[in-house]
Write a protein that binds this ligand. Structure first.
Ligand SMILES: Cc1cc2nc3c(=O)[nH]c(=O)nc-3n(C[C@H](O)[C@H](O)[C@H](O)COP(=O)(O)OP(=O)(O)OC[C@H]3O[C@@H](n4cnc5c(N)ncnc54)[C@H](O)[C@@H]3O)c2cc1C
Length: 390
């Protein structure tokens, strides 16, 4: 691990000065609001705008477009540290970073120039793949896009389960066109767009406001609002998912670290049978096991981020990192509750929130089963390559 401090459980995985400043901002802007955001299930507009003012919603955007041009590793650190306090803020950030990543990689220069600088000003966005009949399987979609006579596009359909959708100023949408699935940028202010809060909009975890349905009725778009090449929506989504899965792993690790720290604080202070409960070997081994696995998952998450920065095997590493980190966070949160006894089960304690948030991330952003499929395909592809070479 990087960072030379030996007196910390969580070694710095990036520049120490950056992390010190970042933690101070998050302590002030996010920590005091974490409980209320979850309890009231509201999008943290004020917190996201405050982070934007610190340049923290545009870390990864190219400096030509008012971004900081920082690495995926640095971006992942933001997500881990923010989610240590509030995973709801983490997922509020992820829908912003997903959209800007897609636009930065694939959109036309005119759309990049128009939209990317707005993130520094606090633009809030959502990423809309899912539909009522299409979750893991997005090869075909019920939302349709057709070319208009003027060279633009017309969209019709309904997207579901859209995180941050209640507050978003703009959305990236996947829709089926004549030659396959394609990606579009739309603004909430456009004619024909509205959101609805249906019966499944409220989740028990990752609560940053309702996961709304987004309805598109004859929405007319300029030609350059098609992102990238028509028909390449699924492969663009896969490329961006490597980025967002790395950030999702970082969110899960923020949750796991918070649960670990909370349980440790309790175990070091709670006395039973005349000793701190931490002194019971069974508990100590639990902490040793959890720390070992969190350390390993953090290194995998950092390797996934580096693969994004250095053109490595990001699809594989980001899938591995999210698979490991999301399951681990659920286990650590559950274990933390057990260690804290009755206090762990109370609403006053944060562990229920940690467990709810952690579990939801075993599904959101690519379920653990789909991640295993991706990793399995990479194993087969690498094996086949080896056979050809030998
Ligand atoms: C908190 C939260 C936030 C979300 N935010 C967004 C968002 O912002 N934008 C968006 O577009 N979507 C969002 N989603 C939707 C999310 O992407 C989907 O829930 C996810 O892709 C799974 O789709 P599904 O729920 O339709 O499950 P399904 O695809 O119906 O799958 C059901 C079960 O079958 C399994 N399964 C499906 N296919 C396979 C397979 N090939 N092999 C093995 N198992 C399989 C799945 O793993 C799952 O266990 C969100 C979901 C949650 C929970």
């Amino acid at each position: 691990m990087t960072g030379n401090a030996t007196n910390t459980l969580w070694p710095d995985l990036d520049d120490a000065d950056f992390l010190t400043d970042l933690r101070a901002v998050l302590e002030e802007e996010v920590a005091p609001h974490a409980v209320g955001i979850d309890r009231d299930d509201i999008y943290p507009v004020q917190q996201i705008h405050a982070l934007a003012a610190h340049g923290l919603t545009s870390l990864n955007i190219h400096p030509d477009y008012d971004g900081a041009g920082k690495s995926a590793r640095r971006t992942a650190m933001l997500f881990e540290e923010a989610s240590y306090h509030s995973a709801a803020v983490g997922i509020s950030l992820i829908t912003i970073y997903q959209v800007q990543n897609l636009i930065g990689r694939f959109a036309s220069p005119s759309l990049q120039a128009a939209v990317l600088p707005e993130f520094r000003q606090g633009l809030i966005t959502s990423y809309a793949l899912t539909e009522q009949s299409h979750g893991s399987d997005i090869r075909t979609l019920d939302t349709k896009g057709r070319r208009a006579e003027d060279g633009g596009w017309v969209l019709n359909g309904r997207k579901s389960f859209i995180t941050s959708g209640s507050a978003a100023d703009a959305y990236v949408i996947l829709a089926e066109t004549d030659i396959g699935v394609s990606t579009f940028f739309v603004r909430r202010s456009m004619d024909g767009i509205h959101t609805e809060t249906g019966p499944n909009a409220a989740t028990f975890g990752l609560r940053n406001g309702p996961h709304v349905d987004l309805i598109l009725e004859d929405v007319r778009l300029p030609g350059d609002h098609l992102i990238g090449v028509e028909g390449k929506g699924v492969s663009q989504a896969m490329a961006t998912l490597s980025f967002s899965r790395t950030l999702a792993a970082a969110i899960s690790l923020g949750i796991a670290r918070a649960a670990f720290d909370g349980a440790l604080e309790f175990a070091m202070n709670r006395v039973a049978f005349d000793q701190k409960i931490y002194e019971f070997q069974g508990l100590q081994w639990s902490f040793a096991e959890m720390l070992t696995r969190i350390d390993a998952a953090r290194l995998l998450m950092a390797a996934a981020a580096d693969a994004l920065d250095r053109d490595g095997d990001a699809a594989r590493l980001s899938s591995e990192a999210k698979l490991l980190a999301s399951g681990l966070a659920t286990e650590v949160a559950s274990k933390a509750i057990q260690i804290c006894g009755a206090y762990g089960v109370t609403e006053n304690a944060p562990f229920g929130r940690y467990m709810r948030d952690a579990k939801a991330y075993e599904i959101a952003g690519g379920s653990s089963e789909m991640l295993r499929n991706t990793i399995g395909k990479r194993i087969a592809a690498i094996y086949a390559d080896r056979q050809v070479q030998s």
